[in-house]
Design a binder for this molecule. Structure first.
Ligand code: MG
Length: 316
C-alpha cells in the first residue's frame, strides 16, 4: 500500500514540481534550488520549498497530467473496471471546462465531435504526428488498478486507454511499458531489472526505438525528439530513476532536464514513488499539493483525497 500511495502521490508531486519549469532550459531547477540546501531557493529566500509555483501555476498545483490521471482512476473505480466510453466522456467534460493546460492533440481529439472509438484514429490519419507523451503522463492510476491482473492484462489495458486520445501505436506501447514497470515495482522488485522482459512484450514495430531509449547507456541528451514525445519522456524517467538513489533526487534530475518538465517528472514520480513508497516523498512537497478538477463542482483534491483514490484503486 505504501508503494501504491507512493506511485499515485509521487506522480502528482512530480507534475506540480515540474510545472513552473515547463519549456525551461536544462539546469534551471538546480540553479534555483541547489541540492546542498534542500528546499531553500538561492534567489527567493522567502519560498519555503521547491514547490514554488510560477508560469501561471500556484505552489503545489497539479496540471493536466494529474487531472487526467484522476479522471482515469475514478472511472475505473466507479465503473468497476475498464469502461472506455465512460472514460472518454469524462475526458470530454474536462476538456471543455477550460483546463489551464491541455495537450494540443488531446484537445483536438476530445473536441472533434467524433465518437470515442474513432476520434483518436481519425486525428492520427490526418495529422500523423501523434506520439506525444499525453497518454503516458496520466497512466499511474490505471497502472496501479491493473497491476494485480498480471503483465499481459495491464499492458493490454494501457494500450486501450492510450488509444482513447492517441492514434499512434508508439504512444500505446510506451504507456504499456510504463504500466508493466509500475506492476513490477509494486511487487517490490526492481523495474530497471525488468526492462528486457518488458521489451519482449512490445509490439515488434516499436521494439527497437524503446530498446534504444530504455538502454542503461542511453542519456536524455541522446534524444532525437523533444521530451514531449513519448520515447524520450519514458527514457528520461527511467534514466532519472537509474542514476539516482532517492525519490527526491530522481525528481530533481527529471525536472532539471528542462523541456516538458511536468510530464517527465510526473512519469518519473509514478515510477520512483512505486519503488521507494510514500514515506520517501518529502512532506514539504505534499503539504501544498492540490489537483483542481475542471468540469466538476468538487474542490481541488489534496493529499488525503489522492490517498483515498490510491486505496480504492488498490482495493477493488
Ligand atoms: Mg501538464
Amino acid at each position: 500500500m505504501q508503494r501504491v500511495a507512493g506511485a499515485v502521490v509521487g506522480s502528482a508531486v512530480g507534475d506540480a514540481l515540474g510545472a513552473p519549469f515547463e519549456f525551461g532550459a536544462a539546469g534551471e531547477f538546480s540553479a534555483r534550488f541547489p541540492a546542498s540546501s534542500p528546499g531553500l531557493a538561492r534567489a527567493d529566500p522567502g519560498i519555503a520549498s521547491e514547490m514554488c509555483g510560477g508560469r501561471g501555476w500556484e505552489s503545489g498545483e497539479a496540471t493536466d497530467d494529474t487531472q487526467m490521471a484522476v479522471l482515469v482512476g475514478r472511472s475505473l473505480v466507479e465503473r468497476g473496471g475498464l469502461d472506455l466510453p465512460d472514460m472518454f466522456a469524462r475526458f470530454q467534460r474536462w476538456a471543455t471546462s477550460n483546463p489551464k493546460d491541455i495537450g494540443l492533440q488531446t484537445e483536438s481529439v476530445l473536441t472533434n465531435g467524433m465518437p470515442w472509438d474513432l476520434a483518436a484514429a481519425l486525428h492520427f490519419r490526418t495529422n500523423r504526428f501523434a506520439a506525444g507523451n499525453g497518454s503516458l503522463m496520466r497512466a499511474t492510476t490505471s497502472a496501479v488498478f491493473f497491476a494485480r491482473d498480471g503483465r499481459e492484462a495491464t499492458m493490454a489495458a494501457a494500450r486501450r486507454i492510450a488509444a482513447l486520445t492517441h492514434g499512434d501505436r508508439a504512444a500505446w506501447e510506451g504507456t504499456a511499458v510504463f504500466h508493466e514497470l509500475i506492476r513490477i515495482a509494486l511487487t517490490g522488485a526492481d523495474p530497471l531489472e525488468a526492462v528486457g522482459d518488458t521489451l519482449s512484450e512490445v509490439h515488434p514495430d516499436h521494439r527497437d526505438r524503446y530498446t534504444t531509449v530504455l538502454d542503461p547507456k542511453w542519456h536524455p541528451d541522446d534524444a532525437t525528439e523533444f521530451n514531449g514525445a513519448v520515447w524520450p519522456c519514458l527514457g528520461s524517467a527511467l534514466w532519472a530513476l537509474r542514476t539516482t538513489r532517492t525519490f527526491e533526487d530522481a525528481l530533481r534530475a527529471a525536472v532539471d532536464l528542462g523541456g516538458d518538465t511536468d510530464t517527465v517528472a510526473a512519469v518519473t514520480g509514478g515510477l520512483a514513488g512505486a519503488v521507494y513508497g510514500l514515506p520517501a516523498v518529502p512532506t514539504r512537497w505534499t503539504d501544498r499539493l492540490h489537483v483542481p478538477l475542471p468540469g466538476s463542482t468538487e474542490p481541488s483534491l489534496g493529499l488525503s483525497e489522492l490517498l483515498s483514490l490510491a486505496e480504492e484503486l488498490a482495493g477493488r
